[in-house]
Design a protein around this ligand. Structure first.
Ligand code: APR
Length: 231
């Protein structure tokens, strides 16, 4: 059993739970422009449109269930407390609903934040720009999601885990968005073995030692069992 594992997850992990990916055919970014719904400029220009986009995704995420891949990763964490760090690009709560903990580097649909004072709280199902902040009463309420051009969360903690892990797995992510797409190189530099689990090759497949192809709900439980069997 490796001593310290870092697992990076992306939208492909939640695809079989019915939540959309971004860059597959019919992906979210084929139906919405990033510039219209996922940048600070978009929010300043048309907060109602941005809230409508995230309200729709929050409602979908609220109705989704973890799939066997989420459950397998929770099992891995449970069997090796403190040794398995999940870093997710996903803003759904399916890792948590499966019983795992995860560092949400792109934020969480289930959280709101105030653009004026930075206060964070549990998001209502539907958010509006005029909702007053519970802390400062400013009408500057936004989804607690990291937009393009903003700094991802937990980067210092993630770096520490990458530099001390001996196994790094990237599951269901296209390797299109940095800094997450570069994590494999940081882990490899630290001496970790690296594995990519995906339906198909990605732009960063060449950076991984091993590849497991197939749907996450099938391949991830098999991979977790192989890691646990390694003793
Ligand atoms: N099992 C495994 N992999 C899958 C499955 C599945 N069932 N379905 C899709 N995939 C893979 C696709 O092959 C693709 O490589 O998941 C990946 C999804 O890629 P993206 O849609 O680009 O999602 P992701 O990599 O998570 O995007 C990263 O970009 O837009 C931003 O903030 C957003 O967090 C997101 C980030």
């Amino acid at each position: 059993m490796p001593n310290r594992i870092v697992v990076l997850t992306g939208a492909g992990l939640s695809a079989e739970s019915g939540l959309g990916t971004f860059r597959d055919k019919n992906g979210i970014w084929t139906r919405h422009r990033i510039e219209d719904v996922a940048t600070p400029e978009a929010f300043a220009r048309d907060p109602d449109r941005v809230h409508a986009f995230y309200n729709e995704r929050r409602a979908q995420a609220a109705g989704a269930r973890p799939n066997p891949a989420h459950e397998a990763l929770a099992r891995l964490q449970e069997r090796h407390p403190g040794a398995v760090t999940i870093v997710t690009q996903n803003v759904d709560a399916l890792h948590e609903r499966a019983g795992a903990t995860a560092l949400h580097m792109h934020g969480e649909l289930a959280r709101s934040t105030c653009a004026a004072c930075g206060h964070r709280w549990t998001a209502p199902e539907t958010m509006h720009p005029r909702d007053p902040c519970p802390a400062c009463a400013a009408q500057a309420t936004r989804p607690d999601v990291v937009w393009f051009g903003e700094m991802p969360h937990h980067m210092d903690e993630i770096e520490r885990h990458l530099l001390s892990c001996d196994l790094f797995a990237a599951i269901g992510t296209s390797g299109n968005v940095y800094p997450a797409a570069g994590f494999v190189q940081e882990a490899a530099r630290a001496g970790a073995r690296t594995v990519e689990i995906n339906l198909e090759p990605t732009d960063v497949s060449g950076l991984f030692d091993d590849h497991l192809a197939g749907p996450a709900s099938k391949v991830v439980p098999e991979w977790v069992e192989s890691v646990l069997d390694a003793g």
